[in-house]
Design a protein around this ligand. Structure first.
Ligand code: ZN
Length: 237
């Protein structure tokens, strides 16, 4: 319920012209199942009527899900998502590596308390940092803009170089395949990207008993094409 509340409020805040939303949540696959029916039953929670939701799971967490979740919730199969891992908090955990040697000999309860203390301290510093940022908003804005421009120029250079590299490999692979098949795969991919849901299952690795080798090869090639296309698209973004 807390997650529903947070998400509904976020989706209703200054989103008048927003028609598509990418929602990344650690357990999005389970949370999403009854989300809309919970909203229909709720008197207080809602999302904008025109809003189309795409639910995904962050790359770090998706690795721990069942294989069936992969194609339906991977950011690799969301058009326009680029190279996104969808994680934030977990990257802050790296700093806790410094305290792990001292916590190693502790009991489980003691270790949990120590980790909690450090995490609360980290959260507190983040909160205080936000206040400092608001106080220096104008300086921050200039610095942010400068940083954003520098990053975009850097990413553009990397994208141009990456595009040349991936295009060559992609064309070599495509030319080695049966044109009729690649056309079918491309149509399937476009449809899956547009309509999503079960259509995304085309990206799953298939191995039918009767024609195992052939199907496996087909799946591998399909994956390779998908990867190359995704790299191309992300390079273009
Ligand atoms: Zn899952």
């Amino acid at each position: 319920m807390n997650v529903d509340y947070s998400i509904c409020n976020a989706l209703n805040y200054r989103t008048e012209d927003l028609t598509d939303t990418l929602l990344i949540y650690d357990i999005g696959c389970q949370w999403w199942i009854n989300f809309l029916s919970r909203l229909r039953q709720s008197k207080t929670l809602s999302i904008p009527e025109q809003m189309k939701l795409i639910v995904a799971v962050g790359s770090f967490h998706l690795g721990a899900h069942i294989p069936e979740c992969f194609v339906l919730f991977s950011l690799h199969f969301v058009l326009g998502a680029g190279q996104l891992d969808g994680e934030i908090l977990e990257t802050l955990w790296a700093a806790f590596n410094k305290i792990s040697p001292s916590a190693r000999s502790m009991s489980k309860a003691h270790r949990r308390e120590v980790y909690d203390d450090h995490m609360r301290d980290s959260n507190f510093k983040k909160l205080v940092g936000m206040g400092a940022c608001i106080c220096h908003l104008s300086i921050l804005l200039v610095l942010t803009l400068r940083w954003a421009v520098t990053m975009l120029v850097k990413k553009h250079k990397r994208a141009v170089a990456g595009l040349a590299e991936t295009k060559e490999a992609y064309l070599a692979l495509e030319n080695s395949l049966d044109t009729a098949k690649t056309q079918v795969w491309k149509r399937q991919e476009q449809q899956a990207m547009k309509e999503r849901g079960e259509l995304l299952r085309i990206f799953e690795v298939k191995a039918d008993k009767g024609d195992e080798l052939c199907t496996s090869m087909q799946s591998i090639m399909l994956i390779q094409i998908t990867k190359l296309q995704l790299r191309l698209k992300s390079a273009l973004l």
